[in-house]
Design a protein around this ligand. Sequence first.
Ligand SMILES: Nc1ncnc2c1ncn2[C@@H]1O[C@H](COP(=O)(O)OP(=O)(O)OP(=O)(O)O)[C@@H](O)[C@H]1O
Ligand SMILES: Nc1ncnc2c1ncn2[C@@H]1O[C@H](COP(=O)(O)OP(=O)(O)OP(=O)(O)O)[C@@H](O)[C@H]1O
Ligand SMILES: [Mg+2]
Ligand SMILES: [Mg+2]
Lengths: 464, 464
Amino acid sequence: KETFSEISPSDFFYRNRDLAGFTNPSRALYSTVRELVENSLDACEIERIPPEIYTRITPFDPSENEDPRKYLVRVQDNGPGVAPDYIAEAFGKVLYGSKYKLRQSRGMFGLGGTMAILYGQITSNKPVKIQTSTDGIKKYSLTLMIDIEKNKPIILDKKVDDARKIKGTVVEVVVEGDYLRSSQKIQEYFKQTALVVPYANITFVDPMGRIYNYLMTTQEMPPPPKETLPHPYGIDVEFMRRMIRQSKELTLSKFMPKRFHRVGAKTAIKFLQFAGLDPNRDPKSLTDEEIVNLVSSMHKFEEFLPPDANCLSPLGEKIFSAGIIKELAPEFFTVVVRPPSAYSGFPFIVELALAYGGRQLDKGIKLYRYANRIPLLYDEASDVAWKVINEEIDWKRYKIPLEAPIAVVVNISSTRIPYKTVGKEYIADRPEIERELKNALRETLRKLSAYLSRRTSEEHEKRK
Amino acid sequence: KETFSEISPSDFFYRNRDLAGFTNPSRALYSTVRELVENSLDACEIERIPPEIYTRITPFDPSENEDPRKYLVRVQDNGPGVAPDYIAEAFGKVLYGSKYKLRQSRGMFGLGGTMAILYGQITSNKPVKIQTSTDGIKKYSLTLMIDIEKNKPIILDKKVDDARKIKGTVVEVVVEGDYLRSSQKIQEYFKQTALVVPYANITFVDPMGRIYNYLMTTQEMPPPPKETLPHPYGIDVEFMRRMIRQSKELTLSKFMPKRFHRVGAKTAIKFLQFAGLDPNRDPKSLTDEEIVNLVSSMHKFEEFLPPDANCLSPLGEKIFSAGIIKELAPEFFTVVVRPPSAYSGFPFIVELALAYGGRQLDKGIKLYRYANRIPLLYDEASDVAWKVINEEIDWKRYKIPLEAPIAVVVNISSTRIPYKTVGKEYIADRPEIERELKNALRETLRKLSAYLSRRTSEEHEKRK
Ligand SMILES: Nc1ncnc2c1ncn2[C@@H]1O[C@H](COP(=O)(O)OP(=O)(O)OP(=O)(O)O)[C@@H](O)[C@H]1O
Ligand SMILES: Nc1ncnc2c1ncn2[C@@H]1O[C@H](COP(=O)(O)OP(=O)(O)OP(=O)(O)O)[C@@H](O)[C@H]1O
Ligand SMILES: [Mg+2]
Ligand SMILES: [Mg+2]
C-alpha cells in the first residue's frame, strides 16, 4: 500500500537545501558567495598561483527595488581553470568533483558550487554562465542548468573563443538574495578570508557599487598541501576491501608500505606477525574474516608511527601574526602552532592566536574560527572551539579580568575537517581536536597572564 | 591535471557518516537503535496498528569483553511489513523509501535505516538480516549487504517461509558499539519515546539482559496523519515545473484547485487574474518566464488560505498530559496546544507543557524536545527551543524563582520538520516556529506564575 521511490542526490539536496546552508534568501546569498570563492581559492592554491579573486553582487532585475530580490553573483579567478571535458559536470552535478582525495582543501563534499547554481536556478530560473580557460588560448563558455531529478547538467549553449592569454574561471549565477540582511556577514567573510590569505588579492563589489579591496601583503605563498596515504588507524573494513581491490602489490608485505601512510617495510612485517598473517600472502587472497581481523589488528597495533603532518599546509606563525596585526591591531598577542596530531587517522594541526587590548577589540571574548582557512561565521555556540573556551578553560585561573578585550583566533588544518553539517558551519568535538585546542589556549593564556602581571607591576613602579 | 570523480550517495554518507549521526561507537549505537525504532513506529502508526516494538542489544562476540565491541541489535515490530518487491532496496539503498511525500512522519530522508545497516557492515562486516511479512501468510527472510560504491543491495540469501499469522518486520544488524558510554542516552530515548506513544508497548532488553518495559496505557490511537497537497507559499520554480509536467488538468483554473492545498475554484480565478494569466491556459503551455511569474505571484498573493493542519497528528492535550503525569509527576503543570501555523507553506503545530515541582524535577530548567514524536537528545544548545527559553523569554517577569524545579516539554508536528542536520539532532530557528514556541511558553508561564502566587498567598494565609 505504501509506494516507494528513489531520489537523486541533487533532488535530496534540493528538498533539504537548508542542510547545505541555503535556508533563506539572506543565508543563501552568503552561501552562494562563500562556495564560489572557496572554489576559486582552492583552485589557485593547488597550483600555487597567487589568487586574484573578484566578486561582484549586482541587483539583477531593475523592477525589483527591495530585498529579497534577484542578484547576479559573479566570481572570477585567475586559477588553473577547468578542463573542457569536466566543466559541465563539475558545476552541474552534485557529488562530483576533484576533492575526493586525502589532501587538505576547503572543498570536500563535491556539492558546494553546484548547490549555489541549483539554488539560483530554482529561485531565478536563470541558467548559470561559466567561462573558463586552462591554457590562456582557448576559453570555453557554457550556459547550463541542472536536471535536478536526474542529477546531470543540461547544456543550453557552448562556445569556444580566444582566451587572449587569460587563464582562470568566471561563474555568473542569478539568485534570490537578501543583501540587506546578509551584508554584514558577507563583508565579514571577505575581511576574515583576507586575514589568512595575505598572498591573495581579494576584491568585493557590493550591490551599491562600493569596492572592498584586500590587497596582497606578501608575495610568498605557502607550499600547496600534498595528497597523502590513509593511515592504519583510520581504516574500516569497507575501505580495506576497496584498497585491496585496487592494489597491484602481490604480497601483504609490499601492500602495507605502498598503500599506507608511514608504514615502512620493517613495521609492516612486525604488524603482520602481530595480526597473525603470512607476509607473503596475496592481499586479494584474504577472506572476509581475515580482512576484518586485519583491520581490527590495525587499530590495536601500537607501533605505527602517528600521521605525519607534512602533507598539511598550516598558516604558519608569520602569516598568522601578520593577519592578526593587520586586522586586530592588538596591544599584545601571542601565536601558538601546536605539534601535529591526528583524529581517526587524519592528521591535523591547531594554530591559535590570543590577542588582547588595542583600540579595535571590544570587551569580552570574541572568537574567530577558521578551518583550512575558511572563516566560519555561523553556529559559533555549537563549535568545539566555543566549547573549549567556555567550558574547558578556567579563565580566572590566569587572572584575566572578566571584561578584558580579548580575541581568540583558531585555525585547524587537516586532510579532513570534521564538520557537523553539510553547510560547513561548525566543527564536531572530536576528543583529539578538543585536547589540542585546550592545550593551545592554555599556552597562550599563560603568556597573556604573564604579560598582564608584568604590565601591572610596571604601572605600579611608575606610580612610585 | 586535477582528476574528477563522482561518488554515489551511499559513498557520500559512508565517507561523511558523522553528518548522519554515526560518529563513534557510542553515538552510532544510539543512532542504530533510534533509526530502526523510528521506522517501526512510523510503519505501525500509518496503518493505525497499536505498536509492539521489541529491541534487544546483545554482545555479539564472546571474545570481546569490553566496550567498544560488536553488538547484535535486533528490532522487531508488529507493523505492516515491507512488500517483497521493495525489501532489498528499502534497506540496502540510500535515498530510497516511502516517505518522500507531504505527510507527517518521523522518517523523511530515505536513509536512516540504511545508514544503520551500512555502519554495521563497515564495522562488523556482517550482513543484515531482515524478516518481514505483510499478510501473516508468507514471511520473507533476506540476508543482504550494501554495495556502497554503487548504492545498491547485494542479496546474499533469500527465502520464503510460513509466516504463521505473524505480520511485521525484524531487523538484525551487528554494529561496533559502546554501550557503556551510550546506555544512558539509549535508556532515555526509550523512556522519552514511551512518554508520547502511550498506545504502544515498547520493550528494550539491554546487553546485561535487563528488561525495560513500557506498557501501553491507552488503547486509542491518534488518527494517522494524512498526505496533503503543497501550499502556494512553499512553491519554487523547480517544484512548479514538476507539478506542471505531472498534471493532467487542461486549464490553469482546474490545475490550481486540484494540485494545491486549500485553493478553491473562486480563489484560483482571483489569483490567476492577479498573476495576469488566462485561466483557460493549458498549464503545459506556459513558458519558462510565465512559470517564474506564476510562482512569484503565488508568494505575493495574500488571499490564499493558510495551510490547514488537519493533515497533522499532534499528541493532543489528553495524551500529552498523561505522559507528563506519568514521567514527571509534577506538583503543577499546564499544557498548551497552539493553533496551526505554517513556515514556507508547511503546516505545523506546537504543543508545549510547562511542569513545576514534585519529587522528580531537579532545580533549574530541563528541556525535553520532540519533533513528530521523536525525542531529540543531542545538541540541545543549538535548538530553536533552547534559544527561545534562554534568549527570548524573560523568566523574571513571571516571578519564577531562579532555581525553581522546571521542565519544559515541546512537541512540534509538521509535514516537514526543519532539522539542521541529517542526524535529526536539532531544529532550525525558523521565525514562524520561534514565534509559536515563544507564544506557547508565555501562555504556560502566565499560568505557572498565577499558580505560584496563589500558592504563596495560601501559605501566608495558613501561617496567620
Ligand atoms: N573556480 C574554479 N576553478 C577550478 N576548478 C573549479 C572551480 N570551481 C569548481 N571547480 C571544480 O569543480 C568541482 C566541484 O566543485 P563543488 O564546489 O561543487 O565541490 P567541491 O569544491 O569539490 O566540494 P565542496 O562541496 O566541499 O565545495 C571542484 O572539486 C573543482 O574541481
Ligand atoms: N520496520 C519497518 N516496517 C515497514 N517499513 C519499513 C520498516 N523499516 C523501513 N521501512 C521502509 O523502508 C524505507 C526506508 O527506511 P529509511 O529509514 O532508510 O528511510 P526513511 O525512514 O524513509 O527516512 P529517514 O532517513 O528519515 O529515516 C522507509 O521509508 C519504509 O518504507
Ligand atoms: Mg566547492
Ligand atoms: Mg527511517
